[in-house]
Design a protein around this ligand. Structure first.
Ligand code: IMP
Ligand code: MG
Length: 173
């Protein structure tokens, strides 16, 4: 396989996340803590950088969702593999995703989180592949809109590999 092509460099990602952090700060002027809920595993690096790009007080939580396994497209079946450890009732919540693809995962999570009566519920995704959407999802903050290519790096994997690449790269061209 040829070396992966860089789609978004570490520098581009860093610049965009600084903007996203400021945008998010602006929309929570109250000074109340915001729960950043990262969807495991892909969002862990984005969460770490985004949280530090914000000045709003944050609390960090994780939720686990069944992943693709060794395949490149969603099974359409979503399974909760790790639930939150805390109640989010009455709190501001942002779901933090690495990439929005078919929308199956976030549509499921939005429904699940909304049942728990947060004060507000928003979505931030680093990457969005709108061409692939099957379930409608309303995002509040998007890092980059990308074409329909399979990407790896900056937390994103293919069969659990490549998560530690600093850039977002296109696999298998
Ligand atoms: P969705 O449920 O189809 O929207 O898929 C969202 C999840 O699929 C993401 O959280 C990723 O884990 C995974 N995914 C979707 N597209 C890609 C990709 O291009 N590279 C790596 N993982 C992806
Ligand atoms: Mg993921």
């Amino acid at each position: 396989m040829p070396p992966p092509r860089v789609l978004l460099s570490a520098e581009q990602i860093r610049t965009r996340i600084a903007e996203l952090g400021a945008e998010i700060d602006d929309s929570y002027p109250g000074g109340e803590p915001v729960y950043l809920i990262a969807v495991l595993k892909g969002a862990f690096i984005f969460l770490a950088d985004l949280a530090r790009a914000m000045t709003t007080p944050v609390r960090i939580e994780f939720i686990g969702i069944s992943s693709y396994g060794r395949r490149k497209s969603s099974s359409g079946q979503v399974q909760l593999t790790k639930d939150l450890d805390v109640s989010i009732e009455g709190h501001h919540v942002i779901l933090v995703e690495d990439i929005l693809d078919s929308g199956t995962t976030l549509a499921y999570l939005v429904t699940l989180m909304a049942q728990r009566k947060p004060k507000s519920l928003r979505i931030v995704t680093l990457l969005d592949k709108p061409e692939r959407r099957q379930s409608p999802v309303k995002t509040d903050f998007v890092g980059f809109t990308i074409p329909d290519v399979f990407v790896i790096g900056y937390g994103l994997d293919y069969a659990e590999d490549y998560r530690n690449l600093k850039d977002v790269c296109v696999l298998g061209e």
